[in-house]
Ligand binder design. Structure first.
Ligand code: FES
Ligand code: FES
Length: 167
């Protein structure tokens, strides 16, 4: 079958089998291997991407269900050479060790911070409940999410000052 979708802002057309999973389309057909497969059974969250702005485990979704959608993967999160604040914070806080869970953690954290711009520990734990990290013990991940919240708030306040409160 043919699937037309937008991935990281770029229109893509892919031919694939009816039963292709979205994660396999992303990795194998589009070559975007930043999205990882940790379990293939909907447990680990390594495969988390955004579909029409919502974080989803891309191993739980058929590629066909992404027809006509906007997909954002970890490769599309930075703006040019400038990492997204959540990426910056994970790096600064050492919110990773092996890095296998990290793309999914970051994509889930971006959504979490949209819902809770100043999250409590409990909100972070709930927001990342679908993402498993086998290395870090989560302490630095929680610190990274809080740091990212501060970076995003500071950037918003800078933008407001620059634009005279027009945004
Ligand atoms: S690979 Fe999708 S949840 Fe683990
Ligand atoms: S950093 Fe290794 S699984 Fe999370």
């Amino acid at each position: 079958m043919q699937i037309d979708l937008t991935v990281n802002g770029e229109a893509r057309r892919v031919q694939c089998a009816d039963n292709t999973l979205l994660v396999d389309l992303i990795r194998d057909d589009l070559g975007l291997t930043g999205t990882h497969v940790g379990c293939d059974t909907s447990q680990c969250g390594c495969c988390t991407v955004h579909v029409d702005g919502e974080a989803v485990k891309s191993c739980t979704m058929l590629a066909a269900q992404a027809q006509g959608t906007q997909v954002l993967t970890i490769e599309g999160l930075a703006e040019g050479d400038v990492l997204h604040p959540v990426q910056q914070a994970f790096s600064a806080c050492h919110g990773l060790q092996c890095g296998y869970c990290t793309p999914g953690m970051i994509m889930a954290s971006v959504q979490l911070l949209r819902r809770h711009p100043q999250p409590t520990d409990a909100q972070i734990e709930e927001g990342l409940a679908g993402n498993i990290c086998r290395c870090t013990g989560y302490v630095n991940i929680i610190a990274a999410v809080k740091t990212a919240a501060g970076l995003i708030a500071a950037a918003r306040s800078d933008a407001t000052a620059t634009h005279g409160g027009a945004r």
